[in-house]
Write a protein that binds this ligand. Structure first.
Ligand SMILES: Nc1nc2c(ncn2[C@@H]2O[C@H](COP(=O)(O)OP(=O)(O)OP(=O)(O)O)[C@@H](O)[C@H]2O)c(=O)[nH]1
Ligand SMILES: [Mg+2]
Length: 426
């Protein structure tokens, strides 16, 4: 048996880099200190990307590394030096990996193609250096802006293979044998149940045509409720365009092929209506075994009107040509596989820099908290008159002064904003 644990669902945390702080500095020559502002901007933080990689087959690497952080932007320097931009982090994933927000379950992106690079988190912006605050009237700004700090987010990676055709059926009916006959794939084949433990993909060819087939572990009754191995693997055929339902028509294992077929279809339906409603053709396998012929007759009588049925012997390839032709014909009538679209309303919870709340401290002081305060603390240097004007203007415009007043805040009362305390002045 395969001992390697197949990993197709993982949780990781990602974080873009913080923006570097802007620099507050002044040119200084020997004997002539503080000639003019020369503080450069901080660098932007690095972004977080996902990159589709066709050479990856599962999400195993993410079991060992679960934190991915882009580099922070460097702080601005004197002499108008810009801080260096933080390095991006590029997370390689197998094609067909769906990235979801862990909390809301919303789809952020579907990394569909090889080489497809999707930015999911943008680095924090670097703060402006004091040079940037020079105006005609303000020659010597003695403040700089801080860089934007970013947050870490938890995301769920879920691999869903991209294939045109999904092979489904009970364990041991010959799904892997069939895949190995119609493609160059060499899945493990053995005479016991659950030989296949992870999806196998193969490119099947029919003359100049080709399509990708996925062989998944055998389903059993109750698979949709999580019994056996099947449940988790149904996800891998969710985005196939059609199914080939493999039935052991010889009944060597003592089961009835008609019942097998119905049971598997019930499983599919229970998992998802969409899966059950995919076009299906039936491969009645193991026709070389004694007893198959009789069962095949019964089977055809029961389902022949509704489905295309192909008697095959997967071990020697008999009957597979006709089946391949039918698959290609059905595929021709179906739309191509599309990536899963991101949830339109999804956005990582950004800090809302307009929100605030006024709390009362133990000593009756008024404490301002919330996104607005964080924004102010980032942009304002309280010992600087220019900066202070801006600060007061924002408080007035956002209705904070009014709110303080309506809470009973009077002249001389203490107001706390971030790490700064000041007396309320009307
Ligand atoms: N006689 C006969 N045996 C077959 C045929 N196809 C497959 N087998 C045998 O059936 C057994 C199971 O084949 P697999 O291809 O591993 O079956 P599977 O459906 O992939 O099984 P799981 O991966 O366990 O779900 C093997 O011993 C095969 O050699 C066939 O056409 N005729
Ligand atoms: Mg198999």
């Amino acid at each position: 048996m395969d001992t390697k644990v197949f990993t197709d669902k993982v949780r990781i945390t990602i974080k873009a880099g913080d923006g570097g702080d802007g620099m507050n500095s002044f040119k200084a020559y020997k004997g002539k200190p503080a000639c003019g502002p020369d503080g450069g901007d901080g660098g932007d933080g690095g972004n977080v990307y996902f990159l589709g990689d066709k050479d990856m087959n599962d999400l195993l690497p993410f079991r060992f590394t679960t934190k991915y952080e882009a580099e922070n932007g460097e702080r601005g320097g004197s002499n108008q030096c810009f801080g260096k931009r933080g390095k991006d982090v590029v997370i390689k994933v197998p094609c067909g990996t769906v990235v979801r927000d862990y909390e809301s379950g919303k789809v952020i992106c579907d990394v569909f193609e090889d080489g497809e690079k999707i930015c999911v988190l943008q680095g924090g912006r670097g703060g402006k250096g004091n040079v940037r605050f020079t105006t005609a009237r303000r020659h010597a700004p003695n403040f700089a802006q801080k860089g934007t700090k970013t947050k870490a987010h938890t995301v769920l990676l879920e691999m869903k293979v991209i294939a045109d055709v999904g092979l489904v059926g009970f364990p041991n009916v010959g799904k892997s044998t069939l895949l190995s006959k119609i493609s160059a794939a060499r899945p493990k084949i053995a005479n016991y149940h659950f030989t296949t433990l992870s999806p196998n993909l193969g490119v099947a060819r029919y003359y100049e045509r080709s399509f990708i087939a996925a062989d998944i572990p055998g389903l059993i009754e109750g698979a949709a409720q999580g019994a056996g191995l099947g449940h988790d693997f149904l996800r891998h055929i969710e985005r196939t365009r059609m199914l080939v339902h493999v039935v052991d028509v010889s009944g060597v294992e003592g089961r009835d092929p008609v019942e097998d077929f119905q049971k598997i279809n019930e499983e599919l339906k229970e998992y998802s209506e969409k899966l059950a409603s995919l076009p299906q053709i039936i491969a009645c396998n193991k026709c070389d075994i004694y007893g198959a012929e009789e069962n095949l007759k019964k089977f055809k009588k029961k389902f022949g009107k509704k489905y295309q049925i192909f008697p095959i012997t997967a071990v020697n390839g008999e009957g597979t040509e006709e089946m391949l032709r039918a698959i290609v014909e059905v595929l021709d009538t179906l739309p191509p596989i599309e990536p899963i679209l991101p949830d339109e309303d999804f956005e990582f919870a950004a800090e809302d820099n307009t929100q605030y709340e006024i709390l009362r401290g133990d000593e009756g002081e008024y404490i301002l908290v919330g996104g607005l305060v964080d924004m102010l603390c980032r942009n304002v240097v309280l010992n600087n008159p220019d900066s202070m004007n801006y600060f007061q203007r924002v408080l007035r415009q956002r209705g904070v002064i009014k709110a303080l007043r309506s809470m009973g805040c009077n002249e001389g009362d203490t107001v706390v904003v971030g790490d700064v305390e000041f007396d309320f002045v009307l």
